[in-house]
Ligand binder design. Sequence first.
Ligand SMILES: C[S@@+](CC[C@H](N)C(=O)[O-])C[C@H]1O[C@@H](n2cnc3c(N)ncnc32)[C@H](O)[C@@H]1O
Length: 328
Amino acid sequence: MNLSASAAESLRTALGDLLDGLPPKQASQAVDRLIASYRGATPTGAPILRDRADVAAYAAYRMPATFEAVRSALEAFADAAPGWTPDSHVDVGGGTGAATWAVSATWEGTRPVTVLDWAEPALALGREIAAAHPPLGDVRWQRARINASLALESADLVTVSYVLNELAAPDRAALVDAAASAAQAVVIVEPGTPDGYARVIEARDRLIAAGFRVAAPCPHSAACPIVPGSDWCHFSARVSRSSLHRQVKGGSLPYEDEKFSYVAAVRFPVSPAPSRVVRRPQIRKGQVLLDLCEAEERLSRTTVTKRHGELYKAARDADWGDAWPPLS
Ligand SMILES: C[S@@+](CC[C@H](N)C(=O)[O-])C[C@H]1O[C@@H](n2cnc3c(N)ncnc32)[C@H](O)[C@@H]1O
């Protein structure tokens, strides 16, 4: 089993064990409460994850999806930085540790990791499930509040996954600036909604102003070519559904697609994709239509037909979010 599949499998097992200890009704009630809190959207100044039931519900219901989204972003980042491996990692607003699992699914070896969060029950549960997966290595689960005076210890990699959404604008800016001062590489992931994309672009602009360049998803570090309000850049990661998902959401599909927006930015030389596929490819008879964001700082649609030979075969295999042409 490869690195990524083995981390995903261990996470599924650890979360399954967690649910075994929770009465189904209590778990689905906690999920309903969480969904309602997240819909509220405005930061409340207090943790949403208040106790073990909240956190177990978050972990079982959302962590597989945030893990897959971050893993997918890190994979695109790793493709742009072959040979680079983080020797230390800080995960801010790390909660139950999804990004920590995603890092261990992307790069071989272990590294010192610090997970920072203000919700003690999330850290406690993160620590508990991490114990089931030795490749996570040496993780410090530390209570910390993100605010205007946040300072981070230096680390090769800082991740911020599904957190900006929970912060007021001044705290979002303080967090991105603190990450830029501390890290060689910063990866930010948000829900794949117009608002999530807007927060990613705001963070991307701040990182570039601080001297970073974009490794992924963008093929360049110039302004995003999307006209504000007309569209939003986002991607999709496939997630196996747990029994809790089926219980809460109904339906029988064995998977769902998590939509996310992200930016991976670095202080060292990288080779971003020449272009990136920014929508699901449309496969027609004898041709594939690819919507691309290109190094020339523009969006385009390209049609690859049978006449293109090998490239046509590659286009039929191309997925939303892939580099184009495929990296050899
Ligand atoms: C949606 S969860 C994401 C958790 C994890 N990063 C993931 O991707 O699954 C948001 C996390 O941010 C934390 N958080 C929100 N506001 C915070 C703040 N002001 N200080 C510290 N942590 C905060 C929450 O406690 C929660 O664990």
